[in-house]
Structure formats: structure tokens, C-alpha cells
Design a protein around this ligand. Structure first.
Ligand code: UD1
Ligand code: UDP
Length: 389
């Protein structure tokens, strides 16, 4: 049995190592710009893939499209209930952290892999940074909200993507000196891909006309319960009476949504999840997007595509105030689609979210590099030094 009481020496300040823990589709998109920017600064780093998402179309395609380096480890935890998946993540990640003894572990977003990594590091006294800190839906029925609160409570360095996050973290007692408003690395990835986002080839491949809607649906609150799934599917069917709808379907909802009637029809096309570049190409050319995704709310804001989010709340209100996003219930969806098709993508403030300029990755990398060199979070900040395990 491993002797946990006597781990080897940690990576000291002379030989720092940054580990990024990634597990699910949106993690890859958020991490790519940070990994690239740290590489440009010459920081030694590695990716640990937890294997939470494992289908080629949910994982490999993102490494290829985003130019992410091969992971140094893939834990292959796979799917399961929250307890089983999180338990497998904890066990696997503890071994990896003890083996590699990183100076800093960077986690992304709000998935179970994020939560597990932050817990493991907190118990092993390994410093951590959370990218996309401080978002709150104030809805604890969402598993992601629980993950966000715990992750932010235990992170040493917190990178916020929007100003509202700063007040949420302050209200929860997080020292502001540990928080950095850096912009949105998911938008960096979008900027990097922009020149390759051509709707024509994917439209041709899928046989879509010029005007079409894209729908993505995977939130447990929408797809797990048969009655909710049915209500949602009926609403999407109603949108498909107005214009063709293509649904790149996340594996989570597949069976339940098909049982509820989300099947190929004259104006409805159900396809496998798409790779990053192909998906965003489709979104860029869309007349309307219907979604319950977090990231898609942000991407449509930047691409200026009207987005109807079928959720009672969002942890990304900036996509409503500074973007093209609207929250709707399934019952409101058809009328909201009519309005969006008539009005296009008006943004209430007329301004895009601050610092969503494609430079969040370099900002994050500079904070991390300076911390690795000096052990300080910020000139005024509480110091969290690289520690031994
Ligand atoms: C997870 C995140 C969610 C995020 C989403 C991004 C948690 C709690 N949830 O949800 O916040 O929005 O990823 O896509 O971490 N499955 C496959 N192949 C895969 C992966 C999953 O078939 O490669 C199926 C399995 O049946 C699995 C189900 O999808 O049980 C759910 O996967 P899981 O990773 O637990 O959660 P997501 O719903 O994907
Ligand atoms: N995405 C993709 N292919 C798809 C659906 C989504 O590449 O078929 C991308 C999308 O552009 C965004 C990310 O996946 O960058 C969002 O992931 P998801 O909606 O699964 O998670 P969430 O953001 O809701 O956590």
C-alpha cells in the first residue's frame, strides 16, 4: 500500500509543474487557451484527463480541433451516479497528484471532475486555481451549482469571467485579493477558431437550407424526467414547424428524448454530437439557437445569434444583459422563437461583455507565472506559496 504519510518532495519553485484537470467537453474548450498561453511562457505543464467524457465525439475531437496536447494520464472514470463517479474521480486523482506532485492544479468550470480535483488538492495541501469562478445560478437543484460553490470555497486562485462573479465571491467571503477578473477563455477558443467557422460545408453535409435552427439539450432538469422531456420535445417540435431544426444530441438525453418524440422528421434532424469547429460553424450560420448549455449561451452572444435558453435561470446573466440570450420555459419557446425570428439578435446593452476579447488565456497565464515565481497571488494579495505534499 502507498505510504501517504511520506510522499516525496514536491515540485519546488525552481522546477514548477502545473497540472490541468479536465474531464468533460466544456473543460477542453476553456483550458486550450490557458495551456497555449502557459506554453508560450515556458511553464512546465501537463493535462490529466479524468475520462468523465470518453466518446470520441465528446473528447478526442476536441483535443484535435483545439490543438490540446496529449494528456499525461487518462483515469478512465467513465459514467455513473454522482457518488460513484465522484468517488472514482477522487481515488484516481489522488494517485495522480501524489505521483506528479504538481506545484499548482488548475480546474475549469463546474463539472464533477472539477469538484473532485479541488477536494483532492485541498486535502493534500496542493494549491489550486479555478477558471470560471463565481458564476451562480442560485439553484442548488443543479449539480453544477453545488460544484461551483464547493470549488470556489476551496480554490486558492480564482479567475472570474464576468463582473457579477466578483460580487458573488465577495458575498461568500472569498478574499478579493485572490480573485482575478480575466475575461472568458471559452471566448478565446471561439476567436481562435473564427477563421475556420464556415457554415456552408456542414450545412451541405446535413442537407440544411439557409435558414435553420440549432438545438442542444442535456440538462438533467430538462432531459431526465419523462414529463419534462415530453414538454421540451413538444416545444422543439413546435419550433420545427417554423424552420428546420438540427439537434446535435448529447448522449445524456438520447433515450429519454427519443421516447418523448425527438426523432428524425421532415423538419427535424437528430445527429451525433459535432466536433467543436463543425458545431460552431453550424451555430454561426444559424437563424436561431435553442439550448440549455452554459457555453452555448456565451458563444451565441459573441456570434450575434439569437439564443433561447430553456431553463428557469442562468449562471451567465451577462449573456442576457450584454448578449443575445433569453430565458424561456418550454411553454414560452414557440412564441419566443417567433419573436426572435422577427427581431433577430438585439442585445439590451449594445455592448459585449467586458474582457471577452480573446485574451483571457494570456491574462490567466501571466497571473499563474507570476505566482509560480513569487508565491504571491497579487501585490496586495494573501500569499499562498507553492507547498510540499
Ligand atoms: C456533464 C456535466 C455538466 C456539463 C456536461 C457537458 C457534471 C455533474 N455534469 O454532464 O455540467 O454541462 O457534462 O457536456 O459533471 N455519456 C456518454 N458518453 C460520454 C459521456 C457521457 O454516453 O462520453 C452518457 C452516459 O450515459 C452518462 C451520461 O452521458 O451517464 C451523463 O454523463 P456525465 O458526464 O455524468 O454528465 P453530463 O450529463 O455529460
Ligand atoms: N459543443 C460542440 N459540439 C456539440 C455541442 C456543443 O462542440 O455538438 C461545444 C460548444 O460549442 C461549447 C461546449 O461544447 O464550446 C459546451 O459544452 P456543453 O454544452 O456540453 O456543456 P456546458 O457548457 O453546458 O457545460
Amino acid at each position: 500500500m502507498r505510504d501517504f504519510a511520506r510522499p516525496g518532495a514536491a515540485q519546488g519553485p525552481d522546477n514548477p509543474l502545473v497540472l490541468h484537470v479536465l474531464g468533460a467537453r466544456p473543460n477542453f474548450v476553456k483550458a486550450a487557451p490557458v495551456v497555449r498561453a502557459l506554453a508560450e511562457l515556458g511553464v512546465r505543464q501537463g493535462i490529466v484527463h479524468t475520462g468523465q467524457h470518453y466518446d470520441a465525439l465528446m473528447s478526442d475531437v476536441f483535443f484535435a480541433d483545439l490543438g490540446l496536447p496529449e494528456p499525461i494520464a487518462n483515469l478512465g472514470v467513465g459514467s455513473g451516479s454522482h457518488a460513484r463517479q465522484t468517488a472514482a474521480l477522487l481515488v484516481g486523482l489522488e494517485d495522480v497528484v501524489l505521483e506528479h506532485r504538481p506545484t499548482l492544479v488548475v480546474v475549469y468550470g463546474d463539472v464533477n471532475s472539477t469538484l473532485a480535483a479541488i477536494l483532492v488538492c485541498a486535502k493534500l495541501n496542493v494549491p489550486t486555481a479555478h477558471v470560471e469562478a463565481g458564476l451562480r445560478s442560485f439553484d442548488r437543484e443543479m449539480p453544477e451549482e453545488v460544484n461551483r460553490i464547493v470549488t470556489d470555497g476551496l480554490s486558492d486562485i480564482l479567475f472570474a469571467t464576468s463582473p457579477d462573479a466578483l460580487s458573488h465571491l465577495a458575498a461568500e467571503g472569498v478574499d478579493p485579493a485572490r480573485v482575478h477578473l480575466v475575461g472568458n477563455p471559452m471566448i478565446d477558443s471561439l476567436f481562435s477558431a473564427l477563421d475556420h467557422l464556415d457554415p456552408a460545408p456542414v450545412r451541405a453535409r446535413l442537407g440544411l437550407p439557409e435558414r435553420y435552427a440549432v438545438a442542444t439539450l442535456h440538462r438533467p432538469g430538462n432531459v431526465d424526467d419523462p414529463a419534462s422531456a415530453k414538454e421540451l420535445v413538444n416545444a422543439v417540435l413546435s419550433v420545427s414547424e417554423r424552420l428546420p431544426v438540427v439537434v446535435p444530441l448529447h448522449p445524456r438525453g438520447r433515450t429519454r428524448l427519443a421516447e418523448a418524440g425527438l426523432v428524425n422528421g421532415e423538419n427535424l434532424l437528430i445527429v451525433d454530437p459535432l466536433g467543436y469547429v463543425e458545431f460552431l460553424s453550424l451555430v454561426r450560420g444559424a437563424t436561431l439557437v435553442v439550448t440549455d448549455s452554459g457555453g452555448v449561451q456565451e458563444e451565441t452572444t459573441m456570434l450575434g445569434v439569437p439564443c433561447l435558453t430553456v431553463r428557469p435561470n442562468t449562471e451567465r446573466p451577462i449573456t442576457i444583459t450584454h448578449g443575445t440570450n433569453r430565458l424561456v420555459t418550454p411553454a414560452q419557446l414557440p412564441a419566443a422563437a417567433d419573436r426572435a425570428l422577427a427581431d433577430g439578435a438585439a442585445t439590451p446593452s449594445g455592448e459585449l461583455p467586458p474582457l471577452w476579447d480573446g485574451k483571457a488565456g494570456p491574462r490567466i497565464a501571466r497571473v499563474i507565472e507570476s505566482w509560480l515565481r513569487g508565491g504571491n497571488l497579487s501585490p496586495a494579495g494573501q500569499s499562498v506559496s507553492p507547498k510540499s505534499l
